[in-house]
Design a protein around this ligand. Structure first.
Ligand code: FEO
Length: 400
């Protein structure tokens, strides 16, 4: 547990989770994650978001330590997902006079967990709440990444308590502030958090960034990852780029392969792309690498070439899972190539073509389908597929 003073009487209460393997029981977090809550001690005391339920006892103790036993007057709920509202019931139990602060989309969600607490303050865009020396202003940023999501702007010190927005995977290993860490080293995990958790809502993220642009923000204090007090524009710039569907010149090749024949096709494509001068080529076996990482690179690079053998007349299951995830996040502005192996029944390439129709990306080259071991005529077709992708990338995309 970490308690750090970020401004006079404003405290970061953060918890590093190095135990959980899968965030949301879905996404790998080998470098862990932090859950950040914030406490403002003024004439009135306000807590901004809570933490995941595993840390309730330490969380309540840390509040007690900084309030000196005074009751907490307000709990601002920027986001109701359980990694931030896991301690909600415990906080209400400890401070029964506390007023919950949220918007009209927040309280229907609160009802699902704490229906009996009636002390509520419903706020809308631009509403303010004075704590004494500190004024809080509220702005909703719907669907970044839940409907009720809002941010709280502390006007006195110009701190934006941003919820999940501008957050990232990774624990805070000593350094809490951006100037205490090598921010370049956290960029990848911040992006993977964005693409995994928020990536479906890129247009909403763009709207949120524009909505917050008029605010003179000195500090961004998210619920995951570091507090940006020196260069908050850096993480905003990252989120802006990632949510704008402007991928770099590069290709992700993902395949399923039982006995290596579809992999051999992927290797031919990758080699040809390299011969054509492409430097950013990522080849993934969909059965080995978690979707989280492949999806992240699909966001990063404009080209996606996917291969599947037929499996019981359909797609190979791990490829099917990957494509379901890609469809789910609705990533835009990509080029698609497809290949696969007929096996004994067909069904791989046939279903990849159906995916191509649904995703509506530009299809480059001809679909290539082998039967069994890789043969010379199919190698030629794979080279043509790689050339078609290289032509489009080198003709239309500025190298990243
Ligand atoms: Fe970190 Fe959407 O909760």
């Amino acid at each position: 547990m970490q308690i750090v003073n970020i401004k006079e009487n404003i405290f970061f209460l953060g918890y590093n989770d190095r135990r959980t393997h899968l965030f949301e029981n879905l996404w790998p977090i080998p470098f862990g994650i932090s859950y950040n809550s914030y406490l403002i001690v003024d004439e009135k005391i306000a807590l901004i978001d809570t933490v995941e339920r595993s840390f309730i006892t330490e969380f309540l103790d840390s509040i007690e330590e900084k309030t000196g036993g005074r009751p907490v007057d307000y709990l601002v709920i920027n986001h109701m997902e359980r990694d931030h509202s896991g301690a909600l019931k415990a906080v209400i139990s400890k401070y029964p006079e506390i007023t919950l602060v949220g918007n009209n989309k927040t309280f229907p969600l609160v009802e699902n967990f704490c229906p009996d607490h009636s002390r509520r303050l419903t706020v809308k865009d631009g509403d303010t709440l004075s704590l004494g020396k500190h004024n809080l202003q509220f702005q909703t940023i719907p669907m970044v990444h839940w409907p009720e999501t809002m941010v709280t702007f502390e006007e006195t010190n110009k701190i934006l308590f941003s919820g999940d927005a501008f957050g990232g995977y990774g624990t805070l290993d000593g350094g809490i502030f951006d100037d205490e860490i090598n921010t370049d080293s956290i960029k990848e995990e911040t992006m993977r958090y964005f693409t995994n958790i928020v990536g479906k809502y890129c247009p909403h993220t763009q709207r949120a960034i524009k909505k917050l642009a008029p605010f003179e923000i000195s500090v961004i204090a998210p619920t995951h990852g570091p507090v940006w007090r020196t260069d908050p524009g850096k993480v905003v710039g990252w989120y802006d780029k990632w949510s704008s569907y402007e991928p770099e010149a590069g290709v992700v090749i993902a395949y399923g392969s039982m006995y290596g024949h579809t992999q051999a096709m992927a290797e031919v494509i990758a080699r040809r792309l390299a011969e054509r001068g492409l430097k950013n080529i990522k080849v993934y076996d969909a059965s080995k690498t978690h979707i989280s990482y492949i999806l992240n690179d699909i966001f990063k690079y404009k080209g996606f070439i996917v291969g599947s053998p037929a499996y019981n007349n359909s797609l190979f299951p791990t490829v099917e899972s990957l494509l379901t995830a890609v469809e789910h996040v609705s990533v835009k502005n990509h080029l698609l190539g497809i290949f696969g192996n007929y096996s004994w029944s067909g069904g791989g390439v046939k279903n990849l073509k159906l995916f191509a129709e649904k995703i509506k990306w530009e299809l480059v080259g001809e679909a290539v389908e082998e039967k069994g071991a890789l043969k010379a005529d199919i190698i030629e077709q794979l080279v043509l597929l790689a050339d078609a992708m290289a032509d489009r990338l080198q003709g239309t995309v500025i190298p990243g």
